[in-house]
Design a protein around this ligand. Sequence first.
Ligand code: NAD
Length: 727
Amino acid sequence: MTESTTIRWEQDDTGVVTLVLDDPNQSANTMNQAFRDSLAAITDRLEAERESIRGIIFTSAKKTFFAGGDLRDLIRVTPGTAQELFDGGLAIKRNLRRIETLGKPVVAAINGAALGGGYELALACHHRIALDTPGTKIGCPEVTLGLLPGGGGVVRTVRLLGIADALLKVLLQGTQYNARRAQENGLVHEVAQSPEELLAKARAFIDAHPDSQQPWDRPGYRIPGGTPANPKFAANLPAFPANLRKQTGGAPYPAPRSILAAAVEGSQVDFETAQVIEARYFVELAAGQTSKNMIQAFFFDLQAVNSGANRPRGIEPRQVRKAAVLGAGMMGAGIAYACARAGIDVVLKDVSLESAVKGKGYSEKLCAKAVAKGRTSQEKADALLARITPTADVADLAGCDAVIEAVFEDTALKHKVFQEIESVVAPDALLCSNTSTLPITTLAEGVERQTDFIGLHFFSPVDKMPLVEIIRGERTGDEALARAFDLVRQINKTPIVVNDSRGFFTSRVIGHFINEGVAMVGEGVEPASVEQAAAQAGYPAKVLSLMDELTLTLPRKIRNETKRAVEEAGGTWTAHPAEAVIDRMVDEFGRPGRSGGAGFYDYSEDGRRTGLWPGLREHFTDPGHRIPFRDMQERMLFAEALDTVRLLEEGVLTSVADANIGSILGIGFPGWTGGVLQYINGYEGGLPGFVARARELAEHYGERFTPPALLVRKAEKGEPFSDSVRP
Ligand code: NAD
């Protein structure tokens, strides 16, 4: 029998076999070919030596228990190689089934993260014990990568928890549980506090349950809560499609639908057939474009961005100990909370102590909520709040090693505020501005140490939004960039790095999305259809409602400033058709957006949206004017994608991963696309298909859809947007 190193066989003299997952070639165990071969060999050996075995424990020698499918393999699956994936997957499932039905107790001693394939392996064990460490995360997150658990995860969670709980607690949301919550939700049986206790409990289970079996292999077993064959259960089933719609907004995410189908169909047949059904749905998703897009973005690009692919090399990492946050308004209050949560002492300064205290009040509210929901302890919340010192006194900023400015959006004010504090804070303090639109290079002119000045663009609400856009001004040094990057990681956010330009990347590109939606209203398209088009394209916020949130006067202000800058530089300003609509909304109808109580929508006294303003139909809509729904969606998606390519051409963006991640996490570009440049890569017909379609849109809707030279060149060379082939 071949001895495998990927799964190590350790047998003691009491007949307990511990199978130690320990891939010698990787830092984590994955379902790669070596694992498949090892599992097959181990299964044969278990069967051959069955008589001398009393029980089996799966555990791992790595920090994680088992990391699941190898995404580098999965992203390469094509319809042509799908059969191979199907066969390989089924072979693993059959081997796990052989172990599960060997007639010996099988225990998973989960000593770290068991996500996806890792949890599926544990599900094939009769008893699951999880080590209670911060690294232990349990669940099936496949849906977040456009996939389904294809290693028996659908089949077994349905049989373990019942269809409804399997779908809602495990499969459809991809929730990752810590050890305690995994136990509370029925994903594991026990929790252990130490590695020794983990193994002791595993052995105790084997001693006490020599005839252990899976529940579904016991005589008379029925799926908890019933199956669709039962009329009582069937009465609940229609709620699921509605839940799905709520989850996907009608956008093209195929995974939740396939998961639902695999769960329901699999519940009505025997175990083996259910495994085959699950495998078919899995392979179909893996061979499709959406899972490739989502794996690219949420795994590879996110990893590249967070690991510092764009951080200058050779600069020692640094941690911030004490930060000054200037301005305790909406953004400043949120930034103070994010810093304090990461253990940084914060001096929160506003013009009056009263305003600063009010800003700290925001953290108090968030902490109280977190304590009430059991997400943190009172002790931790108190410690967090103790780290925030509200003040109106510049002298309190002494010793701060980073400054984050978030006062009103006004260059002169920002200059003044930095002048007041520069000589008070630490002599090498990092100087950051949270401006959303003002050029960093101009703001830097207000300080002595311009090389230490940088843009740190947070998104609202700061505690929820995971992205920070770092903006490098013309004079920003490498050291400042590296330190800004480290600070963003220190507060557990994702940093993208761009060069200075009006609106940077995110504000400029989201402007194109909004303009396109507003322009369609101006052309006479039914406003409700415009909103539907955005929702069904997968945008988290409908376009006109987003415009109302941001207020209609904001794009006007930005437009006027940009226009002035373009004309001063000797250029000609090309008006966007949205401008006339916004001008009429503000000047003629007095509807500046939500904060003004009226915009594209009507609002109740207490600020709730009550419906689209009926006046839109009267003043703008032309019932005879219809454009294809697909055009409506693609006008918004293409407007953003094309401008992103221009930003690459201009050198504002320097990395494809930054563009993809920034677009999804910062400005709501639909996740199924894999981000704004991956959308182009994955478009039907690839880059040439995208270019042809852009030309078609340009012909019908305006020259702004003309593909930029960089895109045309890449399409001709057949070269997708990727960081290994930089534009
Ligand atoms: P805000 O009006 O809520 O808060 C600004 C705060 O700055 C107020 O509390 C004000 O009292 C304070 N302030 C004014 N002068 C000051 C001074 N001299 N010293 C100290 N504090 C002073 O504004 P906001 O929405 O928090 O925006 C702040 C900055 O963040 C702006 O530059 C804005 O463009 C940027 N930003 C905003 C958003 C957003 O969604 N609101 C997103 C990203 C960036």
